[in-house]
Ligand binder design. Structure first.
Ligand code: THU
Length: 160
């Protein structure tokens, strides 16, 4: 038996003020769209903004449903929208911001497992990494330079 050790690295920015200017602007759009999320059940609001290789920005926010599993996370709303409207453009960066109604979220909120798998599909398809920046409502911003850092041993179509 041998052990396979996988390490993962994130850049940690102390606040949005430290981000590169174009990413700070993208995060501002994630915050703005977060405020338009539809989350009457969880009261947890998430916004995602994608910067595409053609310069377009595509937005998403979580959309909940009374039949709970029918709702969708902000990240998947955004990336499916990008795939539907700009199928030939690569996703360069994703900015995510999350806020709760009950408290101020100060820790970075990472994408859930299902969103990671969905983002992986696009990273594998475009063959270039997607930078993922995520934060709460305020405070630190974590950056993963590729989805692979968030989902080591990624399952993809090459196994099928
Ligand atoms: N949510 C997201 O939008 N993105 C995530 O990665 C985690 C969770 C949403 C789904 C649901 O509407 C609410 O946050 C609470 O789970």
């Amino acid at each position: 038996m041998e052990k396979l050790q996988l390490t993962t690295t994130f850049a940690v920015y102390s606040s949005t003020a430290e981000l590169p200017q174009h990413i700070a602007a993208l995060m501002e759009q994630a915050v703005a769209v977060r405020k338009r999320s539809y989350a009457p059940y969880s009261k947890f609001h998430v916004g995602a903004a994608l910067l595409l290789s053609n310069g377009e920005v595509v937005l998403g926010s979580n959309q909940e449903n009374a039949a709970y599993p029918s709702g969708l996370c902000a990240e998947r709303v955004a990336i499916f929208h990008a795939g539907a409207v700009y199928p030939d453009a690569a996703v360069v960066a994703m900015a995510i911001s999350a806020a709760a109604e009950s408290k101020v979220v100060t820790q970075p909120i990472p994408p859930c497992g299902a969103c990671r798998q969905s983002i992986a599909e696009y990273e594998l398809k475009q063959e270039t990494p997607i930078e993922i920046y995520f934060m709460g409502e305020e405070g630190k911003v974590y950056c993963s330079e590729s989805l692979k850092n968030l989902l080591p041993l990624t399952f993809g179509g090459e196994y099928l």
